[in-house]
Design a protein around this ligand. Sequence first.
Ligand code: NAD
Ligand code: UGA
Length: 460
Amino acid sequence: MNRKFKKNILCIGAGYVGGPTMAVIAAKCPEYKITVVDINEQKINDWNSGNIPIFEPGLEEIVNQVKNKNLFFSTNIEKGIEQADIIFVSVNTPTKTFGEGAGKTADLQYWEKTARSILQASRNDKVVVEKSTLPVKTAEAMERILNSGDDNINFQVVSNPEFLAEGTAIQDLLNPDRVLIGSRETPEGIKARKQIVEIYRHWIPVHKIITSNIWSSELSKLVSNAFLAQRISSINSISALCEKTGADVEEVAYSVGSDSRIGDKFLSASVGFGGSCFKKDILNLVYICESYGLYEVAEYWENVVKINEFQEQRFVRNISKAMFNTIANKKITLFGFAFKANTGDTRESAAIYVTRELLAEHALVTITDPQALDNAKIDLKDHIQQLSFESDPYQAAVGAHAIAVLTEWDVYPKLDYQRIFDSMEKPAFIFDGRNILDHRKLFEIGFNVYPVGKPHLNHF
Ligand code: NAD
Ligand code: UGA
């Protein structure tokens, strides 16, 4: 062990969570040596070369501050495990696509592989921290694997789920609403929990560090995401009713959210929530409920996902209907492809569904996005011949019959829409899937404007 440092911390998984989380821990805990390992050699090379593999505001500065001082990226997983006192496991836990539970439960193959690697390479006692989002009771399976060895090594499994959101990851890590740490309530479990509390105590006030039993911690992560997504589906379901009745969803959300018992966050109607986690984590919750025979509870939560799909479908149907029920051979330009602003991540982005449906109607789709074009090309590789990609939004709009705003990038409300209008086919349409544009002004320029959950403004 490198005695220059008080403790060696390893993180397995150098992705959206592992990279930023460990960079912040390294910056706040200079006496700990932090190593991040991954099976993906290219990703590790990227972290090491300064060509950071994810776009996240503020991340590069923090990484540059600590890289090769107390933060290291490596592919040597075995060595990392051997030297570590504490191991954070932050590998991906996607929805299973095969066998029992396919389409719902978490695919734990990457997770289990890390458990076996930890067992094989360990020579001394370790605290293993669940950082990935996992089905409740996963720690039990982890413990069983870790304790199946012949060596007399003591492994303590602690749950420390991550609540950061992409695009604001660094701010969320520096100033979280809370940090949750769950463990077994045995003396060894409490001791392990304290080691994790000690890390966060470097910069997080003690009242924000919640400790709990391990199952509550695992479950709280799934439930947090389910509640957040539920709010979006709730307001999106109401946006459909607003469009039928002439009510304005922003006015409704404002009135409803002004009740302090309800709160005003996460009430922006949209084309639908995306991201790698909401759908996956809710389906995971649904599967767990079903496996305990709680079918009514499962159905309740599954509807959050169903409403999201309904919202995406509605958005495409509204485009087609407004454009005289035919979009074949019409150019439609998508402003934004990332699942939210300030990230290049496109996992489960509503834009993927929207693009596929528009292509199915034989529309000619052009995509522009400040950060997500590379990922968009990968997501749509089976349709690449039918699409065009353009980084400049003005160029992307030339000759278009319609613009659809799919990501709430800051840049879009600031564009010169007179210039855009002049370059488009007429009648020109705008479908604002994020309600971020000045609809009245666009209408006055000459656009036919279709927001989400608000009366549309058209010239015929
Ligand atoms: P990611 O895909 O960006 O990163 C996971 C990394 O793990 C990949 O680089 C992959 O190569 C690596 N990996 C997989 N198996 C491995 C193994 N056996 N050994 C070493 N490396 C391995 O995923 P992510 O977005 O960082 O998510 C990780 C976990 O955190 C998931 O469970 C997710 O639900 C949860 N989470 C994600 C976010 C988010 O904003 N993305 C937020 C909170 C929680
Ligand atoms: C979400 C949670 O917010 C994090 O707390 C959690 O850690 C993370 O999932 C995870 O477990 O992965 P993230 O998906 O990165 O974070 O981003 P959000 O800001 O939650 O947005 C998710 C989606 O909902 C985006 O598509 C966003 O545009 C959409 N959204 C959000 C709305 O449509 N309306 C809103 O009011 C808010």
